[in-house]
Design a protein around this ligand. Sequence first.
Ligand code: B1M
Length: 216
Amino acid sequence: MSAELFQKMAQSIIEGDADLAADLARQSIEAGLDPLEAINQGFVVGVNTVGESFSCGDAFLPELVMAGEAMKAAVAVLEPEMKRLGAERQVFGRVVLATVQGDIHEIGKSLVGTMLSASGFEVHDLGVDVPTARIIEKVKEVDANLVGLSALLTTTMVRQKEVIDELDKLGLRARVKVMVGGAPVTRDWVQKIEADGYSEDAIGAVAVARQLVGAA
Ligand code: B1M
């Protein structure tokens, strides 16, 4: 039953059908499925298929946009359920989260934010295409102990380094840890820019964040 539902979820993203994706997300909640499992085993499979077709030139920007919109519709239905399931945990730290400047990919970053807030972090999500100066300003404003930076484009990954350098310059590196992520981010890159942590996915991001703020 869940395998069939996961397949329909993937297909709804491939077809860019936001209404169907949201409806299938609701069905999965009613069936008592883990919302993150629905995302990873259902919807993400679809978005990856569209991403691969886009790379090969078999799909074009409108398909990418529609897949993104359908994915957002599904996640919007599942997010409150993820928060509800993690609602009773304690507060571990304050996180400023953003997709870096020049990059408008928001789905993965928002998932990480949802998981962090469901797991007891106070999350200040600045959204997408966020300039370094705005990130630093927010870090100071909320006295954050963690910054989470998402980048989905090889051309915008450098902004992660820019934020780290700026924190360094201001003498904030000792008390503000930096976690990076996004599809093109590799362990080599993390070492090169001297980030404190990295995760491939939203679940891993929670474990890394806990470790970084000393709550693991
Ligand atoms: Co874009 N796009 N896109 N896109 N898009 C990619 C990233 C791409 C790989 C597609 C491809 O060619 N195969 C490619 C990048 C190539 C590269 O640089 N290497 C690409 C491109 C080229 C572009 C444009 C340049 C296309 C164009 O205009 N010609 C353009 C760029 C615009 C810009 O940002 N300036 C563009 C635009 C878009 C849309 C707007 C249409 C749409 C985004 C809609 C939205 O977010 N509202 C879109 C989409 C949907 C994608 C793909 C298909 C899917 C991204 C996604 O949402 N994945 C993507 C291909 C792919 O990744 N398969 C692609 C699902 C999401 C759950 O996963 O975001 O990876 P992800 O997040 C994961 C992990 O990475 C990790 O955890 C998340 C949850 O598990 N993670 C973190 C992410 N952030 C983290 C932070 C952490 C820790 C973990 O700590 C802080």
